[in-house]
Design a protein around this ligand. Structure first.
Ligand code: ATP
Ligand code: MG
Length: 571
């Protein structure tokens, strides 16, 4: 999918969930009230897939005058942490959304427990003490019906007593489970007496040691929706087979009739989008942390220099699909590039570990002048900024060739080029060190060729950027590229047929981070962390959080053009 293939995002037809909501509103369902929720499990940082879900859930509510709850789906005490709760709240706010209420599934533990007793009382749940292996063996397969557990026909009283003992902590982990009593021959595996409570003597990040039994996802999610009176519960496609069970619990418990709708999860090229895998990257030290700018986490992408607007635009453009697909990361890059093109100042940075010194032999020694260079030609209100110019300048090594091919319009012996915002110069002499490396270029500048008041009559085809040796400020520049070397790491990992679920690590792009020294315009010295600029001819960059007054650090957000698209065309 190329960016150009996308229509303008402002006018589009309704997606299928919007169609459903409009029908519900016209039918007067819930008096036209719309309440959605975003239900992350606080077991990692949010990623771009979650951004898709956030934009969808909050966007639907905004569109139909409703609201959205932020609900932490914290029913698994072992993997959850308040660090993750805090980061999730930061990320949702940063994306530009405000939830109506902050809820926790763990707030409902008592209510959920009561629901479970209700099921038992109706003869719809029983305590099973088969081992996990026995339960699995009795489950059957999609084509083979399962077998009833020998504990399936306990009396209500017996079940109640045992379940209360489970809660009281009488039994060790795994000794017993509570199962819904539905149908061991159902073609839907989720209906084969699903486990709804398990024993886990574990400390919970909110409820502490109050509980040693915890509800399973299927027994918590729909009921939490019902407790909050969520009207439209939107989730990803893998929950389609869970939907009948979602409805079954709501029906049997006779609670608020929330409804579940499923859309395709976001998959993006050259990255992985599962918290479990992302956690491996962090814990294995393959990245610097959850907010490493190469990570698809919102924390990472924010540090990389992406804006909330660009992410919302991206989510709008990819739309809401009913079938799984893989989105080209080029579209994400397109969205941020478009915005930064409109909003950032063009500045000069010589990004090169070994820049070449340019000496303008006819420019008076000790003289300097201030040039006024337009900040952003795309924005007439952006004004100009002062850039010092002097006899000695730095340029990038790539902007010179001793033996240039045809149509090379940059510096070469005898050749002329324009220095951006300054003068035309001619390269007269090449100075080398003992190792034969070019160290200096001696040039003549054309005084009457000053940008904006050029009377020289000379036409040159190339313009290069530069910084003044005496004024330039050193900086560290981090050039980021795709985290993985292959388009679809998750699929490639499957094809490797390895038992090791870390196999995807071998698919990392070894050059996803290249650190280069740079010399930048002096006015960049005091830009705040997070500020964004365009380094002319190089790309869009932002000031990294590691930056200090004595040590500037810039992250490359995105290149000026899609370099990878060009690569594929060439190949
Ligand atoms: P992961 O597999 O990365 O852990 P998850 O689905 O387990 O993801 P949750 O915290 O349970 O993560 O998800 C919160 C919400 O975000 C859910 O409604 C889920 O469906 C949605 N979501 C998660 N990943 C994606 C994705 N890639 N695209 C769209 N929505 C997603
Ligand atoms: Mg999950």
């Amino acid at each position: 999918m190329t960016p150009a293939a996308h229509e303008s995002s402002t006018e589009r037809s309704l997606n299928f969930i919007e169609q459903i909501i409009e029908e519900d509103i016209s039918a007067g369902l819930h008096d036209g009230r719309v309440l959605t929720r975003f239900p992350p499990e606080p077991n990692g940082y949010l990623h771009l897939g979650h951004a898709k879900s956030i934009c969808l859930n909050f966007g639907l509510a905004q569109r139909y005058g409703g609201q959205t709850n932020l609900r932490f789906d914290d029913t698994n005490p072992v993997t959850e942490d308040t660090e993750y709760v805090d980061s999730i709240k930061d990320d949702v706010r940063w994306l530009g959304f405000q939830w109506a209420e902050e809820r926790y599934a763990s707030d409902y533990f008592e209510q959920l427990y009561t629901f479970a007793e209700t099921l038992i009382q109706h003869g719809l749940a029983y305590v099973d003490e088969s081992t996990a292996a026995e339960i699995a063996a009795m489950k059957g397969s999609p084509t083979v019906p399962g077998q009833n557990s020998p504990y399936r026909d306990r009396t209500v009283d017996e079940n109640l007593a045992l379940f209360r003992q489970m809660r009281a902590g009488t039994f060790p982990d795994g000794a017993k489970v509570l199962r819904a009593k539905i149908d061991m021959a159902s073609p839907n595996m989720h209906f084969r007496d699903p486990i709804i409570y398990r024993i886990k003597h574990a400390h919970h990040h909110r409820t502490g040691d109050t509980w040693c039994i915890y509800p399973m996802y299927d027994f918590a999610h729909g009921q939490s929706d019902a407790i909050e009176q969520i009207t439209h519960s939107v989730c990803t496609l893998e929950f389609i087979p869970h939907r009948p069970l979602y409805d079954w619990f709501i029906e049997k418990l006779n609670i608020f009739p929330s409804k579940q709708y499923e859309f395709a999860r976001l998959n993006l090229t050259y990255t992985v989008m599962s918290k479990r895998k992302l956690k491996k990257l962090v814990e294995g030290g393959f990245v610097s942390g959850w907010d490493d700018p190469r990570m698809p986490t919102l924390a990472g992408i924010r540090r990389r220099g992406y804006t909330p607007d660009s992410l919302r635009e991206f989510c709008e453009r990819i739309g809401v699909a009913k079938r799984d697909n893989l989105i080209d990361v080029g579209l994400l890059e397109f969205c941020i590039r478009e915005e930064l093109n409109r909003t950032t100042d063009r500045v000069m940075a010589v990004v090169d570990d070994k820049p070449i010194k340019l000496v303008l032999t006819n420019y008076p020694e000790g003289q300097e002048e201030t040039l006024h260079i337009e900040n952003n030609p795309e924005d007439t209100t952006s004004g100009t900024r002062a850039v010092p110019f002097s006899r000695e300048l730095y340029v990038e090594r790539d902007d010179f060739m001793e033996v240039p091919p045809k149509k090379y319009f940059r510096l070469a012996p005898g050749q002329m080029v324009r220095l951006k915002g300054a003068y035309i110069v001619r390269c007269d002499e090449v100075v080398k060190n003992d190792a034969g490396e070019v160290t200096e270029l001696h040039c003549t500048y054309i005084p009457e060729s000053k940008s904006g008041q050029d009377t020289s009559g000379i036409n040159v085809k190339g313009t290069i950027h530069w910084v003044s040796v005496a004024h330039a400020v050193p900086a560290e520049v981090r050039l980021y590229d795709r985290l993985f070397a292959v388009e679809n790491p998750a699929v490639e990992e499957k094809e490797m047929e390895s038992d090791d679920d870390s196999a995807f690590l071998s698919l990392l792009n070894p050059t996803s981070l290249v650190v280069v020294k740079a010399l930048v315009e002096p006015n960049l010295a005091d830009r705040a962390v997070g500020s964004r600029v365009q380094f002319m001819r190089k790309g869009y960059f932002c000031v990294d959080a590691d930056s200090t007054p004595g040590h500037l650090v810039f992250n490359r957000t995105v290149t000026l053009k899609d370099a990878w698209a060009k690569e594929t065309k060439k190949g």
